[in-house]
Design a protein around this ligand. Structure first.
Ligand SMILES: [Zn+2]
Length: 214
């Protein structure tokens, strides 16, 4: 069974997950966050701040695959067989991890296909909402860590994110606010802790591993 080793925050909505057998990249916003070793990159949707590191990553890791919905695939058609297209309700098996996908409405630019992901690594699950503004049906399982946007406009604002979290069944997952833009992750975690002092809310630092989630 694969084990989770480390999750590193890369800024904006980017995360780098290292397991005992694999390195997975999610929503790399720029070249720097794509300049990593790995075997899979997943993009929730095709906006520049979620795909900016894909080219760098695929060029560096010639055996790696890009997983994404049809809009993401259209941007990266030149990568041919390295591209795996997925859609709402599907599960994609990668080595002994699996990724499952749920379509969640994007904020501004409503035509954008935003496909949230749950990454299952052994008995550990990391969930990432992309730029969701509503969360119906997500996550589909109990998750250990939930990365949730708080910027407003393109994605959920802090109040919507908070409502979503407080409506999840107990025990609540570790929460990681992301995609802050002008919002304060400190303020968000404080408001959450005022409502639920038992929750672990991690304010991630760019380039650093999340601490205290396992
Ligand atoms: Zn977006």
């Amino acid at each position: 069974m694969p084990e989770i080793h480390r999750i590193t925050y890369l800024g904006q909505s980017g995360f780098y997950i290292e397991t005992s057998e694999s390195q997975l990249l999610i929503d790399p916003s720029n070249k720097k966050s794509g300049d990593l070793e790995g075997d899979l990159v997943y993009c929730t949707h095709n906006h520049f701040d979620h795909i900016g590191g894909v080219k760098t990553f695929l060029n560096r890791n010639s055996n790696a695959i890009l997983v994404g919905n049809e809009q993401v695939a259209r941007k990266f058609s030149r990568f041919g067989e390295q591209m795996k297209i997925v859609s709402d309700g599907e599960t994609y098996e990668h080595k002994s991890c699996s990724l499952s996908f749920t379509k969640l409405e994007h904020g501004f630019l409503k035509g954008t296909y935003n496909l949230a992901v749950e990454v299952h690594i052994g008995d550990f699950t990391f969930a990432h909402c992309g730029d969701a503004v509503s969360f119906t049906g997500f996550p589909t399982s109990t998750v250990d860590v939930l990365a949730i946007p708080i910027s407003g406009a393109f994605a959920a604002n802090p109040k919507k994110a908070l409502d979503m979290i407080l409506n999840l069944p107990d025990p609540l997952p570790t929460i990681v606010p992301m995609h802050w833009l002008l919002r304060s992750p400190e303020g968000f975690c404080q408001t959450l802790l005022n409502a639920r002092p038992d929750v672990n809310c991690i304010i991630p630092a760019t380039g650093e591993p999340l601490k205290g989630f396992v």
